[in-house]
Design a protein around this ligand. Structure first.
Ligand code: ADP
Ligand code: ZN
Length: 437
């Protein structure tokens, strides 16, 4: 759709949504009355700035059904966020919402290169988490053959992939790493794996992981993004043609990126907090929902021809950001640095402790098999590698790189291959903050 038509559609849908929630959801009527806004004041997406943000706390305060715009009996489905950060929040769907959920996921799959008739190995978790069922419905809508494997039971997953020969896989990037390692252990090369494309998401990942996963599974890996409050997976998806940012399905979810301190909108290319406004939601529409995810937007024309705006990779969540001795640190920044060091794998863990008043950061970094084989056996104790001469140099190199790039002194611990926690199907937490802040 040309951008002018898309804009006209958004304006119409936005006005309808604001009018709808004003009359159906007491929370929004009170909020809008408080700032003196009537639905007729919101005629275009440029008027959005007049509205306050909706934060996750509102969903908690009105738990479970306080923000519904429809009678409870009209709900077809209830999901909950996976609760990575705090108490889970409940999200509700009418039949029409489930229909849109299927539509945006079918669209995402097609955008990633999936086609009718292909087999989809769906290793996102099924259940309250939106990932499994969202992708599942999308695959069916597209006319694919869906295998609802869900997360975990890695041995069985590998067997099923070898037997069914799916072309498409959906899972978290960390679980794709786990699967890749399992294939390697079984001596199966990427060329022998039927998979062609992967839709990976639900947690932050970087180009390092993309390269590793593509090499081990023999796929083209694309990013899928979503959050339960907005619909689940299928809010945005990277196109297989360009793989340069994820197209946001903005005919359903209107995006903004704002300054984290001031809340003011930011121009293309500038990183800030991602905000979404529902344009077609029936059960629980949200206005200017503050995702806490940090990224930027770009309206540049995409090589694939789609006109939908793109978002960059998620740098992290606002609440994923560690503040260590006053320095802001996202785990993905450490990952970017490790990418440049051939002796180590993209598996790492960050442990933050506080010794009296001083924050200490330990970065556990895994050696590759090849390097590990050459480490003198007598320096390996339990899960840690003592520093002999060569290891000393490597450790110093990584510590210096991190200090130079991030302005933060850390202690690097080198550990043997496969000792850092792996994904067992769901989201992987790469940070352990033991500070009790
Ligand atoms: P929870 O907040 O409990 O994890 P969700 O399951 O709704 O609940 O997860 C949504 C969050 O997951 C997003 O807000 C974002 O932080 C993260 N996420 C989802 N997809 C991606 C992705 N492709 N890249 C980075 N982060 C993602
Ligand atoms: Zn594109």
């Amino acid at each position: 759709m040309p951008r002018e038509s898309l804009r006209a559609l958004q304006n119409k849908r936005l006005h309808n949504t604001v009018d709808y929630v004003y009359h159906q959801v007491p929370y929004y009527r009170e909020t809008l009355d408080r700032v003196g806004i009537k639905p007729e004041n919101i005629r275009s997406v440029d008027d959005l700035q007049k509205l306050p943000f909706t934060k996750k706390q509102a969903l908690r305060d009105y738990y479970p059904f306080g923000l519904l715009a429809v009678p409870r009996e009209n709900l077809m489905r209830i999901h909950a966020s996976s609760g990575t950060t705090g108490k889970p929040t409940v999200v509700c769907y009418t039949a029409n919402d489930v229909d849109v959920f299927a539509e945006v996921n079918a669209r995402s799959l097609a955008t990633a290169g999936a086609r009718r008739g292909m087999i989809l190995h769906n290793a996102y978790g099924y259940g309250l988490f939106t990932g499994g069922l969202g992708i599942h419905y999308g695959g069916e809508r597209l006319g694919m053959t869906v295998v609802p494997v869900s997360g975990g039971a890695t041995q069985r997953q590998v067997t099923l992939i070898l037997d069914f020969k799916p072309e498409v896989i959906c899972c978290t990037p960390s679980y794709a790493q786990t699967l890749g390692e399992e294939f390697k252990k079984r001596g199966i090369s990427p060329e022998e794996i039927s998979l062609k494309v992967g839709l990976l998401g639900a947690e932050p990942w970087t180009e390092t992981i993309r390269v590793a996963v593509e090499a081990s599974l023999g796929i083209a890996a694309t990013n899928i993004y979503g959050l339960s409050e907005i619909i689940g997976p299928g809010v945005s998806q990277e196109c297989i043609e360009a793989r340069a940012g994820s197209h946001i399905w903005e005919d359903h979810f209107y995006p903004e990126v704002v300054n984290i301190e001031t809340g003011n909108p930011l121009p293309d290319g500038k990183e800030g907090v991602l905000i979404f406004t529902h344009l077609t939601r029936e059960a629980m529409p949200l206005l200017r929902y503050w995702t806490g995810d940090i990224t930027y937007l770009t309206h540049d024309v995409c090589a694939c021809g789609r006109t939908h705006v793109r978002m960059g990779p998620i740098r992290g969540r606002a609440d994923d950001m560690l503040i260590v001795r006053g320095v802001n640190l996202y785990p993905t920044q450490v990952e970017e640095i490790l990418k440049g060091i051939p002796e180590v794998t993209p598996h790492y863990q960050i442990v933050v402790t506080r010794v009296s008043t001083l924050d200490e950061v330990e970065v556990k970094v895994e050696l590759t098999e090849e390097v590990f084989r050459h480490v003198a056996q007598d320096v390996i104790t339990d899960d840690v590698i003592a520093v002999d001469h060569a290891m000393h140099a490597l450790r110093n190199k990584i510590e210096h790189l991190i200090r130079d790039t991030l302005g933060l002194g850390v202690t690097v611990t080198l550990v043997p291959p496969e000792t850092v926690p792996r994904s067992e199907g769901g989201k992987l937490r790469r940070v352990e903050d033991k500070r009790n802040l």
